[in-house]
Ligand binder design. Structure first.
Ligand code: FMN
Length: 215
């Protein structure tokens, strides 16, 4: 079976892409308006794309009437936001922030999140989040009338105490109960982890030639 993506309608294309490219990390994005009203919403068209400079990208769809979502508008106006990573402890709260509330409603309050002042930017982070990145927009690419891609520099990172060894910077994965998004209403925690050794070319060739010789 194959699909010419250009010939599908948006709904079917969305269904195929989001059900096969899984799991996707969730950026629970916090922003603030000029009156100090706090906004939070999840975005799973999200990932980190570089560590030098540290860059993340968020894909934000317009509303059906083509007005920007609150997150897109607040990033456009203020240029700053926090990416809060989502673990099991805040998954229910994250789902509340996905409700399309009016802009004057404080979504931190409704979700039971504690705003904690950021170090370098105006929007606060979510105190309950295991990991949070303070970000500043580099550029917004308007790919179509319906889709903006926000490219941002990650300026500052906060990590819940005990998750990362300060000496080695290794993460204690058993304690990082991060949640990925699948599709529709489905999510997945990080379980059933396995490892694959990374090879140097010569070592791989030597090992596999030896395999062949042994046959
Ligand atoms: C887990 C999850 C991931 C989402 N990812 C996206 C996304 O990548 N892009 C998008 O435009 N909307 C996404 N949404 C929908 C927005 O969160 C939703 O439209 C929200 O109301 C936007 O809030 P805002 O207007 O405060 O920004 C997602 C929703 C959920 C529950």
């Amino acid at each position: 079976m194959e699909f010419d993506l250009a010939k599908l309608n948006n709904k079917d294309r969305y269904k195929l892409l989001t059900s096969t490219i899984i799991p996707r990390p969730i950026a629970l994005i916090s922003t603030v308006d000029e009156d100090g009203v706090l906004n939070a919403a999840p975005y799973s068209f999200f990932n980190a794309f570089s560590e030098d400079p540290p860059v993340c990208v968020i894909g934000i769809q317009r509303r059906p009437d083509l007005r920007p979502k609150d997150t897109a508008r607040l990033i456009r106006d203020g240029g700053e936001f926090v990416v809060n990573m989502v673990d099991m402890s805040i998954a229910e709260g994250m789902n509340i922030t996905a409700i399309d509330f009016d802009p004057e409603i404080d979504e931190f309050d409704l979700a039971g999140f504690t705003p904690v002042a950021s170090t370098k930017i105006k929007p606060p982070r979510i105190g309950e989040a295991p990991v949070a990145f303070e970000c500043r927009r580099t550029v917004t690419l308007q790919l179509s009338a319906e889709r903006d891609l926000v490219v941002a520099e990650m300026l500052h990172m906060h990590v819940r105490d005990g998750l990362i060894d300060p000496e080695t910077l290794y993460l204690d994965r058993e304690k990082y109960d991060v949640v990925g998004r699948l599709y529709a209403d489905l999510y997945a925690p990080l379980r059933d982890v396995f490892s694959l050794q990374r090879w140097e070319p010569d070592a791989w060739l030597a090992a596999h030639r030896k395999d062949q010789d042994d046959r």
